[in-house]
Write a protein that binds this ligand. Structure first.
Ligand code: DOR
Ligand code: ZN
Length: 349
């Protein structure tokens, strides 16, 4: 690896896992992503969830309408899998050309997942259709059994849900989203080309100590929850390995300050305002900046059979401070990840 460069030019990256919300929240956050990324896979966990192609189309139009003038950003839509999703909805999704995946939330696993799937056996016909047509399944990989320790829920999910799913649908394209454990990394590496995984910037930068550093830190709380340092090391090794099965998915998930700093605070870290910069920081820390472009700009597009982007962004090695808060809802701001802290890389305008 060469000495750390002062400038880093990258083909414009894409975000393969993003929460944009709706209405005023959407209007507040969208520009942060559109400034950095050419495309993003947009999560469907709205209230009510985006369960049909018609709902995805309407949501996509609202996103396009909220874009700042001149922005070139393509939202890639997803459908929210339920136990009543019909196979013909999969046909319509593939025909639409704007729905690129289906999201599987185990019911109750996270924010707005109540309408998710309790038993995948009830989705057999739908999954078979996706397997046949090549529409990827995006997986929130955690069991919801409260008897399972929260730090073990990803590993238990891999053994009890994901491995059987792979056996039953070997040609189903599948992304294990926001991997947080060594077991998740090992699982993806052991599979064929139908399987990939995304990694967030916050899971690359922090371990679970950050939840309790000098007191309870609600802005570091997300799901799957941060894990111990050995797992973070495994994620960082995977991200910087140059293995195309691992690519960028921020899982940037805005929640208003009052709902994070609460007796029962919401899960989600807002990283979109500095996200490619945060990944650069994580890669820089292990001398792997030369691996960032593949991870951020190439491997996801290749997995989704989409063309790679052709324009570029430039990052400059120049410290700046992440704001303490950002405008979000009327009288309720958004506290970004690493609020008030310095970050080493800046996006050149
Ligand atoms: O931390 C999270 N926040 N994890 C998720 O899976 C959902 C997300 C959200 O929508 O807020
Ligand atoms: Zn998410």
């Amino acid at each position: 690896m060469q000495n750390t460069p002062a400038h880093l030019e990258l083909v414009r990256p894409d975000d393969w896992h993003l929460h944009l919300r709706d209405g005023p929240a959407l209007a507040a956050v969208l520009a942060d992503t559109a400034k950095r990324f050419a495309r993003a896979i947009v999560m469907p966990n709205l209230k009510p969830p985006v369960t049909t192609v018609a709902l995805a189309d309407a949501y996509r139009q609202r996103i396009l309408a909220a874009l700042p003038a001149g922005a070139e950003f393509n939202p890639l839509m997803t459908l929210y899998l339920t136990e009543t999703t019909e196979s013909n909805e999969i046909d319509a999704a593939v025909a639409s050309e704007f729905v690129h995946a289906v999201k599987y939330y185990p019911a109750g696993a996270t924010t707005n997942s109540a309408a998710g799937v309790s038993d995948l056996k009830n989705c057999t016909a739908t999954l078979a259709r996706m397997e046949k047509l090549g529409l990827p399944l995006l997986v929130h990989g955690e069991v919801t059994d409260t008897a399972v320790d929260i730090f073990d829920r990803e590993a238990v999910f891999i053994d009890t849900v994901l491995s059987p799913l792979r056996r039953d649908f070997p040609a189903l394209k599948l992304v294990l989203e926001h991997i947080t454990t060594r077991q998740g990394v090992d699982f993806v590496m052991a599979q064929d080309n139908h399987v990939a995984g995304t990694l967030t910037a916050h899971h690359l930068l922090l371990n679970r100590n950050a939840l309790f550093a000098g007191g309870l830190r609600p802005h570091n709380y997300c799901l799957p929850v941060l894990k111990r340092e050995t797992h973070r090391q495994a994620l960082l090794a995977a991200a910087t390995s140059g293995n195309p099965k691992f690519f960028l998915g921020t899982d940037s998930a805005p929640h208003a300050k009052s709902t994070k700093e609460a007796a029962c605070g919401c899960a989600g870290c807002y990283t979109a305002n500095a996200c490619i910069e945060l990944y650069a920081q994580a890669f820089d820390a292990v001398g792997a900046l030369d691996r960032l472009e593949g991870f951020a700009s190439f491997y996801g597009a290749d997995f989704y059979d989409l063309p790679r982007n052709t324009t570029q962004i430039t990052l400059v090695r120049e410290s700046w401070q992440i704001p303490a808060a950002l405008p979000y809802l009327a009288n309720d701001p958004l506290v970004p990840f690493m609020a008030g802290e310095s970050i080493l890389w800046r996006l050149q305008d």
